[in-house]
Design a protein around this ligand. Structure first.
Ligand code: M6R
Length: 380
């Protein structure tokens, strides 16, 4: 069943080009073009009134799904210009924000069974059902990998991420599939709200079509190197992951992957926050992984990485291919193809998944079934 892979996690990492391809084939209209753009390029099959006239979006999720939601927030705000809040489901259910009008509530859960996420959605649905003003009525959407799940039964609309069953406890392919779902949703909203020109939508869609081959390239070109690099961390106890903007959630996700399967303490931080505390942790024993992709914060992340280097940290960079500036800054490079900054999380997460996997495998740990964790957390 592992099809020659040593662990399900590695098999699932390798399934990501296919998962992204399936998402594109399922949700992007192949006939849509700049000449033929009278309808939306996105086919989510959602009821039209669900997305009309939105003023706010609020998202509830846990763990890796929460990280995908943070990427989603960035996309919904940047592409569709809708203020978006992302909450931990376990927090939202007991400390909900005041009710906002014309709000779409999205529950993101790959399993569709996470107790806190379901309870947060139930609470939201019930408090809105008591509101007489139609502006406050619940508009609920689920993003899930399980179309038959409790989530799918609870909310009237879902986006199915079609990643196939994920067995490894560490979420990998379901994360990229969730991020893809947010691209589709953000582009659909951008089309409806006319926040992007057809040319820009077309350019993003064309770049999205390149992603499967680009993920394949990262997997093929990096895995050996990352397996070797993992040897350096046999004794390492702490890691710091830095990112900014749309890649800040990827720093969080890289740290979570490492924590849950290798049991190494790891923290993800927005790179600009490092000087407000965590920099005190740095010395030669604490490797720093920085995600520095071309775009609005590239130079900023490089200079944050240099601050870490000045404290003797071993610096690992997730950087664009063939970039001289990055080559000068980092001790080890995990290059990915240059893409539009907004699409970069789909690529930057791949080497971090491989890094966590190889460090854990090298330590001889039970990668697919880490201690104290279950694939879906169905209790509070
Ligand atoms: O099924 P869900 O997406 O609701 O699960 C949420 C978290 O429990 C899950 O993402 C967890 O953090 C993973 N083990 C992360 O790899």
């Amino acid at each position: 069943e592992k099809q020659g892979f040593k662990h399900f996690m590695l098999k699932e990492i390798y399934e990501q080009p296919g998962v992204v391809r399936t998402g594109i084939e399922t949700y992007i209209d192949a006939a849509w073009s700049l000449e033929n753009n009278g309808t939306s390029p996105i086919r989510l099959g959602l009821a039209p009134d669900l997305l009309q006239g939105l003023e706010h979006i609020q998202i509830v999720a846990c763990g890796t799904s929460w990280h995908a939601s943070l990427v989603g927030k960035h996309l919904l705000e940047q592409l569709a210009n809708i203020p978006t809040m992302v909450q931990y489901a376990s927090e939202f259910r007991y400390s909900p924000s005041p009710l906002m009008p014309n709000t779409l509530t999205i529950g993101v859960t790959q399993s569709g069974e996470t107790a806190d996420t379901l309870a947060a959605l139930e609470m939201e649905q019930s408090r809105r059902s008591q509101q007489p003003d139609p502006q406050f009525q619940a508009r609920m959407l689920g993003i899930t990998n399980r179309a038959e799940s409790s989530l799918a039964r609870m909310v009237p609309h879902i986006i199915d991420t079609h990643a196939g069953i994920e067995i490894g406890v560490a979420a990998t392919k379901t994360f990229t599939a969730q991020v893809m779902a947010f691209y589709f949703l953000a582009l659909e909203l951008a089309y409806i709200r006319k926040t992007l020109s057809s040319e820009r939508i077309h350019a993003i869609v064309e770049e999205m079509r390149q992603l499967p081959a680009q993920i394949e390239l990262v997997l093929e070109s990096q895995e050996r190197y990352i397996e070797e690099l993992a040897h350096d961390f046999a004794e390492t106890q702490d890691f710091i992951f830095l990112g900014r903007g749309i890649n800040f959630p990827i720093a969080l996700e890289g740290a979570l992957k490492l924590k849950e399967i290798s049991y190494i303490h790891a923290e993800g931080y927005p790179a600009g926050e490092m000087k407000h505390g965590p920099i005190a942790l740095l010395d030669a024993k604490v490797p720093v992984v920085a995600i520095a992709m071309p775009g609005s914060v590239y130079e900023k992340v490089l200079s944050n990485a240099q601050e870490a280097k000045a404290r003797d940290a071993q610096l690992i960079g997730v950087v664009p291919l063939n970039d001289a500036e990055a080559e000068d800054t980092f001790d080890s490079l995990l290059p990915v193809p240059k893409v539009d900054e907004l699409l970069s999380p789909i690529l930057t997460v791949i080497p971090l998944q491989l890094l966590a996997y190889h460090i854990a495998a090298r330590r001889g740990l039970d990668v697919d079934q880490p201690r104290n964790l279950a694939k879906s957390v169905t209790v509070e």
